[in-house]
Ligand binder design. Structure first.
Ligand SMILES: [Zn+2]
Length: 129
């Protein structure tokens, strides 16, 4: 039986982490020119790290290679918009009622009307007013 071959890998000189090129990230942060091209994941992490060092957004954008607005969005993602559910009566509400085991007469009619519209016009959507 062949002995298992082990390869020595230095843990202190690791330069990649989950497909991130840490050397490339470091070069951009340190502005070591020529600057490497970063992958999208590397760009985001680099932007956050530079932001922690109080580097202005303009400078981050220039070095990472994306628009200023992109950096702003990464650093301050807006609040998540709550989902707007279609109110009764509607086909969407009918499907919600059905999933919940509820019966709603106005929504049943809206669903039937949407079905009839679909058969007639090829779309269940109401025509624009
Ligand atoms: Zn309803």
């Amino acid at each position: 039986m062949e002995p298992t071959a082990y390869r020595y890998v230095s843990t202190t000189e690791t330069t990649t982490d989950d497909d991130l090129d840490l050397i490339a990230i470091e070069r951009v942060i340190n502005n070591s020119r020529p600057l490497p091209t970063l992958t999208p994941a590397e760009q985001r992490i680099t932007a956050h790290l530079m932001h922690q060092d109080d580097v202005p957004i303009e400078e981050i954008a220039a070095r990472v290679g994306v628009a200023k607005s992109t950096v702003s969005n990464w650093l301050n993602p807006g609040p998540k918009q709550p989902r707007q559910l279609k109110p009764c009566p509607s086909r969407a509400a009918y499907l919600r009622h059905r999933a919940a085991g509820e019966d709603c007469e106005p929504c049943r009619r809206a669903n039937a009307a949407a079905d009839a519209r679909y058969r007639r016009t090829g779309t269940g959507r109401q025509p624009a007013a």
